[in-house]
Ligand binder design. Sequence first.
Ligand SMILES: Nc1ncnc2c1ncn2[C@@H]1O[C@H](COP(=O)(O)OP(=O)(O)OP(=O)(O)O)[C@@H](O)[C@H]1O
Ligand SMILES: [Mg+2]
Length: 368
Amino acid sequence: MLFPLGKLVPAADLVRREPIVERLVLRLESGQSVVLAGPRRTGKSSVLAEVLGRLRERGFVTAMVDCLGDSSREVLAEDLVDRVLENEAGIPAGLRAARGWLRGLAEAVSLKAKAAELDLTLELAPRSVRGPVADLGEALDFAQRFAKRRDKRAVICFDEFQTARRFGREIYGEIRSHLIRHDRVTYVFLGSRAGLLTGLFEGPAEPFYRFAWREELPAVPQAAWAEYLDRKFDSAGVAASQVLGLLLERTGGHPQDTMFLANELYLVAREYGLDAVGIAQLEQATERTMLLLGEFFRRDWEGLSSTEQVVLRALATGERPYRATGRTRGTARALEKLVELGALERRGRGNYRFFEEMFRRWVATAVR
Ligand SMILES: Nc1ncnc2c1ncn2[C@@H]1O[C@H](COP(=O)(O)OP(=O)(O)OP(=O)(O)O)[C@@H](O)[C@H]1O
Ligand SMILES: [Mg+2]
């Protein structure tokens, strides 16, 4: 694949994230926990995967757990133990086998051969992981014990941390009560701005208030995108420099949308056997991209209140939101909510703009 889509971006394709990757490595190495909240599809998970990779090279125990992917508290706990155990050379196979065996699921016979490995695994595993169900508190403390036993330090990242709320709100207080006792482990929390900051990290009464240093991913500068895209198209034997400026104008440099549109443009070139692309191909690629993204945009749109919709439509077409709604308080609230959701960014007093240019385009054209 020429352009990475829908998956973690390898370092070589992670446009202009080197500065923040380095900053995060330093901060985490220093032992300070971090919360990185931001709009969807901007590279949070990819950045952290790279950061953890580097920390592991520097001798840290590292682990990334995806709270969204884990279906229950127990799975989350087991996931965490698994990810920590993966730091032990040769463990993955042994671990999976061991845990299957422990649950009476796997063929115990073939496992006997791995006795030495198993001993190690068992010794490492928290008590209740040996039973059918893992305890979250024990799994959390396990990371600390694991690091201590190896005389190492650990960095653990919870991705989509706000989604753990579905296991019950009290889970956060419980998690916190364990984390504050871990002197060997530094934590990273990733997630959406709306869910993560509000209610967890921001207010004095919230469980993670002042727990972590707050970071945000900066926008990727257009020039960095242009340089990257030019190089990529070049490597694929397609001359595209002519339309890259326009392409970036259309995506506003939004990370995933830029990758989408670039990929469509590349596919149009391939489809027609072209070694150069121009405006006509960009139009076709834009149309296809909008068709795909439109489905997601429509869903987001339908989740908004009517005031929020009016506000967005006004901003999408260059009108004043307050004039469009004719309401002061309702508009202010809608703007605030839209910022929290990541649909808008605030650029100073009373100055709002769409975070995603292609969403603006869709609102301006597709919504009647
Ligand atoms: N700096 C970047 N350079 C190139 N592509 C990027 C960059 N950041 C994000 N992308 C694109 O965005 C997609 C999503 O990246 P990633 O999953 O890391 O972001 P995320 O913020 O964790 O998203 P989510 O909101 O889904 O959790 C990638 O597959 C890639 O296409
Ligand atoms: Mg992510």
